[in-house]
Design a protein around this ligand. Sequence first.
Ligand code: ATP
Ligand code: MG
Length: 410
Amino acid sequence: MKQTKLFTKTLKEVPKDETSYNATTLIRAGFIDKTTAGVYSFLPLGWRVLTKIEMIIREEMLALGGQEINMPALASKENWQITGRWDNFDVLFKIKASDNKDYALNPTHEEIVTPLVKKFVSSYRELPFAVFQIQTKFRNEKRAKAGLLRGREFLMKDLYSFHSSQEDLAAYYEKVIEAYFNIFTRCGLRENIFLTYASGGSFTKYSHEFQALSPVGEDVIYICPRCQLAVNQEIIKDQDSCPQCGNKDLRAEKAIEVGNIFNLGTKFSEAFALNFQEQTGEKKPVVMGCYGLGISRLLGTIVELCHDEKGIIWPKNIAPYQIHLLSLNKNEEAEKLYQELIANRVEVLYDDRNISAGEKFAAADLIGCPYRLVISEKSIKAGGVEVKQRQNKEGEILSLEQVVATFIKK
Ligand code: ATP
Ligand code: MG
């Protein structure tokens, strides 16, 4: 992509009411735009990152046997009344349609997926299975001040699993935990994430959160240094020691909740009479699990964790482009290299703008692609192209052939 063709630009000014690091940086770098509090557009660079994260999540969900679906954002009031959550879900967005009826904008989809599954399931033979979606959620958040970390409209992956027994659900639940860690590893965050015991389980006492350590996190978790597990502050009163080893010497840290998984038991299947017939003929409610992961919040979290004073440092798997190619008055040579790289499907953002070297360097650091390639008078004299990784101070000179060989085989 040539930057002269990219319709967005890096900006010097950010909205005055935006205070979070993730949003101010992503807005300045041209990844997102804020339309109103807690509501953002994803621009070409931001959308590339978001879709890469989505693809990683999708692959891991499909590997778990999840079947991808897409449920509506709009729900009738009745669905939410059946579970009592029309009145009890504190951030439920409620709207009126032209027929003067009340609707909800779904903040989560148990109220939709349970009656949906009821249309297809009646026997133990049809269980277990799981469905997931990557879909826009709405929550009427009081404070939408943390950029992508707390939106009023945001992207979530939600997976729902349906089982004939608690044992079957428990085994699946463990596999989901593994899949979540695969996702965080692939997104470059593995060592920042702690599996955290939290309140909110239905059948079990606890739900499990995936918490990313960060000083801007709204949660406080207590980490067991032996087990690398944590307990959320909200439940520390019931559970003041490590749930695995009993250690009481826990370390408090601030963290961002990026995911939350629940053993729902039969809470929703009973509400909607989602039953199945056992082999013995006995009728029982289906056992359910639900597994959320905030995709736009994960993107914001990565920006909070992966940056330096100059800008973002994207983990390679989710970077908008692998290479940021900068031409310093050497457009002919740069154009040739650009054409060769894109012909081989290497992802390149090419700064072909007529601006100063200093501005190009600053933009490259801000945007944060993993490799910066500079073609200048100096680099050509030294034998080719200066190649520098975003997190390093120094680069090295590679010949054009070496550059092509390095990046085209990757
Ligand atoms: P929080 O405690 O931060 O308000 P939650 O516990 O209400 O979040 P869940 O219902 O567990 O959120 O939703 C699953 C996931 O969706 C969360 O782990 C988080 O990653 C994401 N999420 C929830 N609310 C928001 C929001 N307002 N903006 C962005 N992502 C969100
Ligand atoms: Mg939660």
